[in-house]
Design a protein around this ligand. Structure first.
Ligand SMILES: NC(=O)c1ccc[n+]([C@@H]2O[C@H](COP(=O)([O-])OP(=O)(O)OC[C@H]3O[C@@H](n4cnc5c(N)ncnc54)[C@H](OP(=O)(O)O)[C@@H]3O)[C@@H](O)[C@H]2O)c1
Length: 333
């Protein structure tokens, strides 16, 4: 098959800390070397993409660059015998979309060690409704359970609940039978969160406890925190004895202020989540869970689909914390 050009969102550095984003024709020779060429059918928008798309050099060192840490599509060429032309595959994380041209493109070329076969029970589109956000939510819940969280233990708090990771965590926890309390700054989205299975929706302001008290009233059996900062501090000091708090995000701050007391007086576990570099074999286990026993029933409600041409607007909205649910990018148009 001869591919002359294809479309990709390209971010260019203009100088003076200014960056321009434009859908641009690309050639296969523009892609990095790799064992597997994938024709991307769907990608999705994650917070990290907004940083890469706006010139954050902690994420992407060199421009011009195509962001997109997620991609799902068909294998077009493969130098790996285990991966065949025509296979449906998922790629999330590792260096995709960071310093390797990413999924906001009709083609990606990646190492075979990043490739996940699409699990039975999931369509390419559903895999990108989950995307890195769904995988991160699944990792958080998996780690909470490994550390003792049980369905009858009490309420589980999800912060940043209308965001990608947050909405996925609400939907998966509720699918698994947990009692979910969704914390949000968008109370107008209460019905959306209830439709995902939240049993209570609370204003995120209620979660902030600026007092210097080292411990608060015990409430949470477990916490999926996606925002960090003061919210995470309060979550740690209001978690019940031997409960766990997973921590993946830094939307509000990269600082963590906490005393030692929740840890030594209540036995709280603080669980770090790093989805990008999670070993492939363990990612496969979680994707299998997402495809079957943990499969959510709210795919339609939880996502908005857009084309490459509409992505710029959603990137701006996500930077302002205005997105509800997941943005799935369709590449075949
Ligand atoms: N460690 C990992 O492996 C990993 C993987 C994926 C994502 N992440 C991180 O997780 C975080 C969430 O990612 P995402 O893709 O879900 O982003 P997202 O879709 O933009 O969601 C972030 C949510 O945070 C809440 N928020 C925004 N501004 C806030 C503020 N000032 N105070 C409190 N809450 C605020 C909003 O939810 P409400 O309006 O509902 O409060 C927003 O929807 C990001 O920091 C991202 O980098 C980490």
């Amino acid at each position: 098959m001869k591919i002359e050009t294809f479309k990709a969102l390209v971010v260019e550095e203009l100088g003076d800390k200014q960056f321009k984003r434009e859908v641009t024709p690309r050639k296969l020779s523009d892609l990095p070397d790799g064992d597997v060429l994938v024709q991307v059918e769907y990608s999705s928008l994650n917070y990290k993409d907004t940083l890469s798309a706006t010139g954050n050099k902690g994420i992407t060192r060199h421009y011009p660059h195509t962001p997109g840490i997620d991609a799902a599509g068909w294998v077009v060429e493969s130098r790996d015998k285990q991966i065949k032309e025509g296979d449906q595959v998922i790629v999330t994380g590792y260096d995709l979309g960071m310093n390797t041209a990413g999924g906001f493109s009709q083609y990606v070329r990646v190492p075979s060690g990043w490739i996940i076969p699409l699990p039975t029970g999931l369509s390419l589109k559903e895999s990108m409704v989950y995307g890195t956000a769904g995988l991160t939510a699944a990792m958080s819940i998996h780690k909470l359970e490994l550390n003792g969280l049980k369905k009858d233990a009490g309420e589980v708090l999800v912060t940043g609940a209308t965001g990608g990771v947050g909405s996925m965590a609400v939907a998966i926890l509720s699918r698994l039978g947990y009692q979910v309390v969704a914390s949000t700054g968008k109370l107008k989205e209460k019905e959306f969160l209830i439709s995902l299975g939240a049993h209570e929706v609370m204003d995120r302001e209620e979660l902030k406890d600026p007092s210097a008290k080292p411990l608060g009233k015990k409430r949470w059996a477990g916490v999926v925190d996606t925002v960090g900062g003061e919210t995470l501090t309060t979550a740690i000091k209001t978690t019940m004895d031997e409960g766990s708090v997973s921590c993946c995000g830094m939307v509000t701050s990269t600082d963590l202020k906490s005393s030692i007391f929740p840890f030594i007086l209540r036995g709280i576990n603080l669980l770090g989540i790093s989805s990008a570099e999670y070993p492939l074999s363990r990612k496969v286990v979680l994707w299998d869970k997402l495809a079957d026993p943990w499969k959510i029933d709210s795919f339609d409600r939880i996502h908005t689909e857009c084309g490459l041409d509409q992505l710029n607007g959603y990137i701006d909205q996500m930077l302002k914390g205005q997105i509800t649910g997941r943005i799935v990018v369709r590449l075949d148009t």
